[in-house]
Structure formats: C-alpha cells, structure tokens
Design a protein around this ligand. Sequence first.
Ligand code: IVH
Length: 655
Amino acid sequence: MTQNEYNKAIDRLNLYAHHYYVLDDPITTDEVYDKLYHEVLEFEKRNPKYLRVDSPTQRVGGIVADGFKKEKHLSRMWSLEDIFDFQQLKKWVEKSSKLCENMTLYCEPKYDGASLNLIYKDGVLIKAITRGDGSIGEDITQNAKTIRSIPLKIEHKELIEIRGEVVIFKDEFEAINEQRIEHGEQLFANARNAAAGSLRQLDSSITASRNLVFLPYGIGENSLTQDSLTERMEYIYSFGFRPAPMRLTCKIESEKDVLQIEDFYQEMIDKREYFDMMLDGMVIKIDSIESQDEMGYTVKNPRWAVAYKFPAVEKITKIKDIIMQVGRSGVITPVAIVEPTHIEGVVVERATLHNFDEIQRKDIRIGDSVIILRSGDVIPKIVKVLVHERDGTQKSIKRVTNCPVCDSELLDEGALIKCQNLKCEARVVNSIIYFASKPCLNIDGLGEKIVETLYSEGLVKSVKDLFFLTLQQLMALEGFKEKKSRNLLDAIENAKGCECWRFINSLSIEHIGEVASKALCDKFALHVSDVTKEQLIEIDGFGEEMAESLLEFIRVNRESIAELQEILKPKAPELKKEAEENPFKSKTVVLTGSMSEPRGKIKTVLENLGAKVSSSVSKKSDYVIYGEDAGSKFDKALSLGVTTITEEQMREMLR
Ligand code: IVH
C-alpha cells in the first residue's frame, strides 16, 4: 500500500462507516470492510508518521488506570424545564412570544440517554466530556472515540462544542441485559443507565462493545454565523453526525400554529415505538439565535427551550406487600411491593404510595390489582385500584402509630407521619448515606451496605464519627481487607476541604437542596450559620418556607454544624466582589440590534459592572443600548422615554 492508497483507504472506510452507523444504509459487507481495515492497520504499523487522526484504527482506546479526570466545559450545559400537556404548551408559547418577536420554533425528539459534550479544535475531536454538574464533567475522550457516529474529524476549523445524547438502541439494551443475566451480573434498570454506565468504563474496549450511538442536539461554544438553530443543526449534520429522525421548524403567527406543534408531538408519540432509540419527549426550542441570546437563562434552564414530555405508560400489576420506609428527615413513606412488571424496558418492582392519606383515599389493600404508571425517571405510582378484581383475600393496612424501625411513637400530622426520634437508626443511617452521596461529599465506596454495617457494629453513630474511624476497626469487619479499608479511609479523608455548598447540602436540611446550597454559599460563604431571615429572602428563588426551615435547623443544630465544619474545613468560594462605581452599576439595561461583539459577551461585561441586563424594555429600564438594525425595542424605548445610547456611547461612558 502506498501513502496515496492509504489515504484513499481511510476515506473509503470512513464512507462505509458513515453509511452503516449514521445513514443506516450499509454499502458494503463486513468482510470487505475488515479486509481493508487490516491493510490500513498494517500500513500504519510500518509508517506511523503517516497515521491520520480520523483513521478508524484510532477508535480503539486503552485502559484508564486512575479513573477519569475532571474537565471544564467551555460553556455551561443546561437542563430543560418540563411541560406535560397542551395547556402548558399554549402557556409556554404565549409567554415566550412576549419575549421574542416573530417567533419560530424548532422541534426534535428528546432522547433518553446520557449527555455528552464534544470539543473540536482545528477540525479534530480533542475532548469528550460528560455533562457532570453542567460546568465540570469527566473527560471520557478515549471512550467517545469508540462511538462510530462521532466523527473524529470535521470540516470546520474553528473551535466548537457539539452537544448531544449518547443512547443505546432498544434491541442492543435487551441483548446486553440478557448477557448480564447469563453472567450473573446486575441488570441495567433502563437504557439511560446502560448508556451512562457504558460511557464511564475504564476499559474502552467495553464501551466499544456496547454499540453506543451519538445524536447531536445542540451547540455550545462556537463562532457560527448562521442566524437560526435549524441552519446550524443542518450544518452540524453535514459534518457526518446522525440527524434527528424527526424535526420541524414552524413559524408561530397565531394560536392556530400552536396546533401544528401539538400535531407534530402527537405524531412523534405515535411513531415512538418504531424508533430504535428511546424517546421521552419532544424538545421545543426558539429557532432564532438572537432571540435565544436575548431570552437567556433562569438558574437551571434556558428560557428559550422546553421539554414537552410524553405521557407515561400504564400497566396492571398486583400488590404483594406494603412496607414502611423511614427517610432521613423521619418522614414515613409507605411503599408498595408489586409483582415485577416490564414498562418501557424497565422492570418495576416498587411503587410509591406517598403517604397514608393517599392509601386511605384510594383504599389500597395488600393483594389488590392496580394500574401503575411510570413517567420518565420518577418512581412509579399507583393510579387506580381495580376494585372489581377483589376476591375477599385483600387486606387493608392500618395507619402506623409507632416507628417501624425504632418503635418510638410517631407524630401524625395528617398527610405526613414523622418519626421524631433523632437517634432512630433509619434516620441516622439514611442521613449518613445521604451525607456520603454524590451531590454531597461524594465519598467513594461509602454506600448503603457499608453505612449499615458501620452503624450496626457501633462504629458510626453520626456523620462526625466517620472521621474518627481507624484502620484496625475497619479491618475487623467482614469482607474488609487492608486495601479496601485504606481506600475507604482515604476517601473519607478526601472529603475534607470540600466545596462549601457540598457541606451545606450534606446536612439534610429540609427544602435546601443543591441549588439552594450553592446560592447560600455564593452569598455567605462559610457564614451560613449567621444569616438572618431578611438576608435569606433576598436571595433569588428563596421563599419563606426555605428560610424558616434553614433557620430552624441552625437553631437546633448550631453546635454540631460548627463541629462538623471544624472537621471538614470546607473551602470558601470567592465571594462576588461588589462592582466599583461606574455609570451602569445597579442600572437596568436592554441590549438590542447587532453589535461589534456577540451580545452575550457585552451582557457579561455589563453584569460584571453590576448592571441588570433585561430582555424587554419597560418604564423601569434605565438604558437601551442599541446596535445596527435595532427594531421594536428601540422604538418602544423612544415611546416610553427611556434613554437610548449606541454601543459606541456605552464604551465612551466606560472609558
Ligand atoms: S437541549 C440548552 N435537546 O435532556 C438546551 N436536550 O433536560 C439543553 N436531551 O441534558 C438541552 N434530547 O441530555 C436538548 N433534543 C434534545 C435532547 C436533550 C435529550 C437531554 C440532554 C439534557 C436534558 C435536558
């Protein structure tokens, strides 16, 4: 093989693969492909200097010995707000059209898998990062390269982030689970877990064997010039990515047009079962990139997109038993154990009953046939009892009066029944499990089983005790050899110096989750224990209930919070400095028209100066800063008497 022939062979192999993995339309046989592949491999062995980055041989990775490295996304990965019915769709469209002139919507399926961010530089795939918390994920580049629908090279030289979902096709998912049964391994609960698990394999040959598929749905950092998402996505597909199997671009001019969106959604539901991948809804996005920039984001979601979820799937099953779970806050949750039932590729064995009032209202009895419903990720629930199926053997259950775990008398508040014993084993164990879990201190190896053992052996009675465990103590436990014991002690030690919000989140304060913990630490750093109600209410998204819950928790637990803080020594985040005096500080400004730089950039500059950048003009606006072709916002500013300045004047004011 000459170098010229080598180059041709690579192009040919990539063409074969594109037809096979992206177009679902093979143009050769495995035999022909394999033969050429081996010739290429031979050539590369002899001539390593001619190796091409997009050679299919580069898709075989190695083993990552020390786990994955954390890696920052160039721009944040967001999640979506959900809607569930036509009424909510109409409301969303109405609200959005107020923020967006001449609205056009782009619709495509919502894939059920694991999100992945691909970074291409100079046309070459340089990084693949899992979503993680949206800002930082894990670098799984080696594994991503084994996914054949991810091009290793694209015809686009500027830096670009391409986001998409990694999925496992339904038949592949079933095959993997069958294989796992044969090997006595634990089954994947659903295709999403299977996809996510396969992406995070330390040995990339396992990832390669799972036949994952990448479906692009968006773009992060980029320097694209196309004005609409439709055009941008077509451009991305032209690089060789797999296009969305159904998509629609639809101008919304009257209420009737919303019906078109609804029809498209219904059509997608009808076709849902025939698609290879699992879908859990339809994503609707504002098509104009300029409008997207103007509408911006809430704490969690873009305002310019929404997930219209598919209705849940219902099945009939039988209740075998009803058990009581005691959560970390002491709330007792009745749970129905049901005959294992397949729903959309998931085996359901439990259904939540929420609380006793619900059991009484629905008159749910052990032995009843019931309709259960599973929608997306949530735990299935019981929607209806099939009373006509009863044969007299069904047993009602009584309201519990004593804790099923510690036997102490329960506080019955109607909807909620609570165990108030702070020392109740279930409460303590569950709060330690939560303390060690991912969104908290993320202590590797400290799962449910181990926490239960540590508790029952009397080694750990509170989270604090974790930090005083010794090697001898652990090694005396069954199944704990030296290595495992040392690893656990190291993992616990590593929790020290954690980010401050993890510490707050780990305390199990009712109504205070991850987002609230982050907001608290951003504002008060390590002084959360000294806040007042007034200060709390001022935080965006904080309501009365959250503030009161936090203050009550601090009142009761001040000492143990301080002790734990002393042990953990969490890192204080850098507090946002108050901006220095400048003409835009504390002013509300609106940007409109095209400017010399992307408006998002100018927005950040202004926000750092302490300005509030709003997307719509009102009497409260202080300035409307306009670029070329400014339209109705500029006119509105004039009619309301709001000061208008050009981009140049803005820069002048800052000099
Ligand atoms: S758009 C800023 N489009 O759903 C827009 N997401 O809840 C953010 N997903 O994390 C996402 N299919 O992993 C978008 N067609 C689609 C999607 C999609 C699946 C996932 C994605 C994201 C999550 C959002």
